[in-house]
Write a protein that binds this ligand. Structure first.
Ligand code: ATP
Ligand code: MG
Length: 323
């Protein structure tokens, strides 16, 4: 295979539970080229974060392994930076110091103090946050915090950028700004990116390939959709592009026809009542122009918890409205 840069090699993952072993992933196998933008999409609980955490080295696979540039990874490393759904900035450090912390860890002894300073400012400029370097996380908006998180990850100059629903907690307008910034950054830096998303439009707009996962337990890759749309991509122009809409349709059909949401078939009423939020059903998807993907997302164990004012349910659509 030409230019395989990152290989997720026949990865399976079981977790011990009080009622016995739980097989979350079964034989996930994927080859990724350098500079590719990969999205992983699938229903809540199918195992997306588990895949990402295995690549990050935060979880050991039960079988198989991850090979980056011909070397098997073991444990986390600065060659794989992670951006979580909810920012994980140190609240007592300024924007500048949050990025500086990561930069010092990676470049100590390799860059001079002045070079490190320039590098921190450069990365904050990339995400348009250089105007707020002295502010504390509590003094900036959610979207700005997420941009600092991305700057911090980029500043580590990782070989692979791993993002677990990086824009999930943002309103639709901020989310689209962030998507534009990320496309610009990727054009400039040619990063290899794996991003988890629940948003079909986001996946098609940003990706070279969309990895569609089957429902768990024993989840695996159901289909891989190659997105052959020229870059730079413009969301407004793509809205009327038949190829773009064909790709969206394929992802929606996978999610809502071939892999129905497990919440649709069992305990739908209980879940709806419990959460007091609408759960997407196949019917509701059919009955409206499906501009959106709607899913419930729980924070990962060990992730920073969402601030109370941020919804756990995301509804994102191309009309730029969040519900
Ligand atoms: N440490 C663990 N112990 C036991 N089961 C786990 C553990 N971590 C994850 N699981 C289970 O593995 C499955 C996959 O979880 P994972 O977090 O990867 O899903 P996900 O696709 O990221 O979901 P979401 O979209 O809601 O974030 C789930 O059934 C989850 O309950
Ligand atoms: Mg997850």
């Amino acid at each position: 295979m030409p230019n395989t840069y990152l290989k997720i090699d026949h990865v399976s993952k079981t977790f011990p539970t009080p009622t016995g072993e739980f097989c979350a992933l079964d034989n996930v196998d994927l080859a990724i080229n350098q500079g590719e933008y990969i999205s992983i999409i699938g229903h809540s609980g199918c195992g997306k974060s588990t895949v990402l955490n295995v690549v990050a080295g935060l979880l050991d696979p039960s079988e198989g392994g991850v090979i980056l540039e011909n070397r098997e990874i073991s444990g986390p490393g600065p060659d794989r930076a992670v951006v979580f759904q909810h920012h994980s900035l140190m609240p007592w450090l300024s924007v500048y110091e949050n990025v500086a912390l990561a930069v010092r860890r990676v470049f100590k002894g390799k860059k001079s103090k002045a070079e490190m300073h320039d590098w921190i400012v450069h990365n904050l400029t990339l995400v348009h946050m250089d105007h707020a370097m002295e502010k504390l996380p509590s003094e900036i908006s959610g979207g700005m915090k997420q941009r600092v998180g991305i700057a911090r990850a980029l500043a580590m100059q990782p070989k692979v950028l791993l993002m677990d629903e990086p824009f999930g907690a943002l309103d639709a307008l901020t989310r689209s700004h962030m998507q534009e910034s990320l496309m610009e950054i990727q054009t400039e830096l040619n990063n290899t990116i794996i991003m988890i998303t629940h948003d079909v439009d986001e996946a098609v707009l940003l990706s070279d390939k969309i990895i569609m996962m089957t429902n768990g337990p024993s989840a695996t890759i159901g289909e891989v959709l190659e997105i052959d749309l020229p870059r730079p991509r413009n969301r407004v122009r793509l809205a009327d592009n038949p190829t773009y809409n064909h790709y969206r349709q394929q992802v929606l059909s996978f999610l809502y026809e071939r892999q129905r949401n497990p919440l649709d078939t069992k305990a739908k009423t209980e879940v709806s009542a419990e959460t007091e939020t609408p759960v997407e059903t196949e019917k509701s998807v059919e009955n409206r122009t499906p501009e959106t993907a709607v899913t419930k997302s729980e924070p990962e164990k060990g992730d920073p918890q969402p601030p109370q004012d941020q919804p756990a349910l995301k509804i994102v659509d191309r009309s730029g409205q969040a519900a």
